[in-house]
Design a protein around this ligand. Structure first.
Ligand SMILES: [Zn+2]
Length: 90
C-alpha cells in the first residue's frame, strides 16, 4: 500500500493536515486534539496511539478517530442543521 501514511504522533497528524477527534460514547461529546496546539506546547513526538485519553466529564476512555479535517468543517457537510439534529435526537 504505497499511499498508506503511518501516523503515530501528533506531529505526524499535523504534517498530514489531520487532527484527532475524541468521542465519548457516554456523554456523546466530541473533543478535538488540534496538532498545532500540541506542537506549540512542546509535545511534537507525543504518541497518541498509546495515550490513555479520558473524558473530561465522566472519565471514561473516549473513542479515538483520526480526522482529515477539523470537526467543525466536517459538520458543515452533513446536511443537517443544528435544529434538525436536535429534533431527530428526541
Ligand atoms: Zn464522557
Amino acid at each position: 500500500m504505497e499511499n498508506f501514511i503511518e501516523v503515530h504522533t501528533i506531529s505526524d497528524l499535523g504534517d498530514n493536515g489531520m487532527s484527532l477527534g475524541l468521542y465519548c460514547l457516554s456523554c456523546q461529546r466530541w473533543k478535538e486534539i488540534i496538532p498545532n496546539e500540541w506542537l506549540s506546547s512542546g509535545k511534537p513526538n507525543f504518541d497518541y496511539v498509546d495515550q490513555k485519553f479520558k473524558c473530561e466529564d465522566c472519565g471514561k476512555p473516549p473513542e479515538k478517530q483520526v480526522r482529515w479535517k477539523p470537526i467543525k468543517e466536517q459538520v458543515r457537510f452533513r446536511g443537517l442543521s443544528p435544529t434538525e439534529a436536535k429534533m431527530r435526537s428526541k
